[in-house]
Ligand binder design. Structure first.
Ligand code: ADP
Ligand code: DP6
Ligand code: CO
Length: 341
C-alpha cells in the first residue's frame, strides 16, 4: 500500500452582503446576479478537509462530519473531474482518494457550510493534484457561494456572460487589511438543518417570484457598484444600509415565491428589530444584520461597537438559550485559507 499524497487544509465561511439567489445554468452553477461577501477569519467558522491518495483504495470516498456521503453526486463528480483535468501531479499514478471533512459550525443551517465546504474541498484537491491558477470557478461547480471563500477580505462573484462559465469567477474587491476594524458576529438562532436547501429554494424563486426580474436587472447591479464604493471608502453607514436592504429584499423574494419560503423565525425578526432600534436611537448605523437561507443572524459592525452590541444581545437573550454567538479575534476579515501537510 502506497500513500501517494496526503494533505489537510482549512477554509472559512463567507457571508454575503449582496445575495446570490437564482441560477441561469444548474449544472455549471452560473448565477442570475453578481454577489459580494466578506470572508471570515480562519479561526472561526471553518471547514477542515483531509485528503489521502492511495494506490490500493478501491473507490473515491468522502465522509462529511463523520458520515459517508454519496460521492457519485453530480457536484462532487464535477469538482473531481475539473481538478483532475488540470492536474500536474498524480495523473500518471493509478489511485483513488479518501476525503474526510468536518465543519466546526452547524451544517446546512444557513451559515454557508456549502461555501466553506466546497471551497475547502477544491482548495485541498488543488494542492494535492498540483493545480495552478484560479480555482474559484471549480469551487463554483460545487456550490456557487463557495467561489467567494477562495479569497480573504471582501470578495465579489462576477456573474459573467460566457456560456461555458469561464468568466463567472470570484475576484477580491479589497484585502482583509483594508478595513481591519470590520467584525462579524454570528448569532446562532437555530442550528438544525433547514427544510428548504439553498439550491431548491433559489430554483423555486427563479421560477415563480415576481420580484426576481427587477432584482437581477437593476437592483443588484446598482447595489454592487454602491457597496464596492462604500467598502473602498470604508463608509459603514452606506455599507450597512445596503447590506440590510439586500437581506430584507432577499427574504421578500423568498416570501413571494410559490409556495412561499420562510427562512426567518420570530427570533430572527426580534434581532432585526433590535438592530433597527439600536441604530435609530444611536442616530447612525452602528451595526448591520444579514440573514442567509436560514434563521441565523450575521451582524457586520466596526470593532468600536462590538462591546456595546454584545451587551445588548446579552440583555435581550440573558440565558443564551435562544442565541449563542461566535465571535473571533479583533480582526475578522482575514486570509482565506492555509494548509499544513
Ligand atoms: P448552507 O446554508 O449551510 O450553505 P446549503 O443548503 O447551501 O446550506 O448546503 C448544505 C450542503 O453543502 C450539505 O448538505 C452538503 O452537501 C454540502 N456541504 C456542507 N459542508 C460540506 C463539506 N465540509 N464538504 C463537502 N460538502 C459540504
Ligand atoms: C442565501 O451557494 O448555498 O447564502 O449554489 O445551489 O450550492 P448552491 O447554493 P448556495 O447559495 C447561497 C445563497 C445565500 C446567498 C449567498 O451566499 O450569496
Ligand atoms: Co449554501
Amino acid at each position: 500500500m502506497v500513500v501517494l499524497g496526503s494533505i489537510t487544509c482549512t477554509a472559512p465561511v463567507n457571508i454575503a452582503t449582496i445575495k446570490y439567489w437564482g441560477k441561469r445554468d444548474e449544472n455549471l452553477i452560473l448565477p442570475l446576479n453578481s454577489s459580494l461577501s466578506g470572508t471570515l477569519h480562519q479561526d472561526d467558522l471553518k471547514t477542515t478537509t483531509s485528503i489521502v491518495a492511495n494506490d490500493e483504495f478501491t473507490e473515491d470516498a468522502l465522509w462529511l462530519n463523520g458520515v459517508k456521503e454519496d460521492i457519485s453526486a453530480v457536484r462532487y463528480q464535477n469538482v473531481l473531474k475539473a481538478i483532475r483535468d488540470r492536474a500536474t501531479k498524480l495523473q500518471d499514478k493509478p489511485h483513488h482518494v479518501h476525503i474526510v471533512s468536518v465543519n466546526n459550525f452547524p451544517t446546512a443551517a444557513g451559515l454557508a457550510s456549502s461555501a466553506s465546504g466546497y471551497c475547502c474541498l477544491v482548495y485541498t484537491l488543488a494542492q494535492l493534484y498540483g493545480v495552478e491558477g484560479d480555482v474559484s470557478s471549480i469551487a463554483r461547480l460545487g456550490s456557487g457561494s463557495a467561489c467567494r471563500s477562495m479569497f480573504g477580505g471582501f470578495v465579489k462573484w462576477e456573474m459573467g456572460t460566457k456560456e461555458d462559465g469561464s468568466d463567472s469567477i470570484a475576484v477580491q474587491v479589497q484585502p482583509e487589511s483594508h478595513w481591519p476594524e470590520m467584525n462579524i458576529i454570528v448569532l446562532v438562532v437555530n442550528d438544525k438543518k433547514k427544510e428548504t436547501s439553498s439550491t431548491a429554494g433559489m430554483q423555486q424563486s427563479a421560477q415563480t417570484s415576481p420580484m426576481m426580474k427587477e432584482r437581477c436587472a437593476t437592483t443588484v447591479p446598482q447595489r454592487m457598484k454602491d457597496i464596492e464604493e462604500a467598502i473602498k471608502s470604508r463608509d459603514f453607514e452606506v455599507f450597512g444600509d445596503i447590506t440590510m436592504k439586500d437581506s430584507n429584499d432577499f427574504h421578500e423574494v423568498c416570501a413571494t415565491t410559490t409556495p412561499p419560503i420562510y427562512y426567518l423565525n420570530d427570533t430572527s425578526r426580534y434581532i432585526i428589530n433590535l438592530v433597527e432600534k439600536y441604530n435609530t436611537v444611536s442616530g447612525n448605523i452602528k451595526c448591520a444584520y444579514t440573514f442567509d437561507a436560514g434563521p441565523n443572524a450575521c451582524i457586520y459592525l466596526p470593532e468600536q461597537n462590538v462591546t456595546e452590541f454584545l451587551a445588548l444581545v446579552l440583555k435581550h437573550f440573558p440565558t443564551g438559550d435562544q442565541t449563542n454567538y461566535y465571535r473571533g479575534p479583533n480582526k475578522y476579515l482575514q486570509q482565506s485559507q492555509s494548509y499544513q501537510e
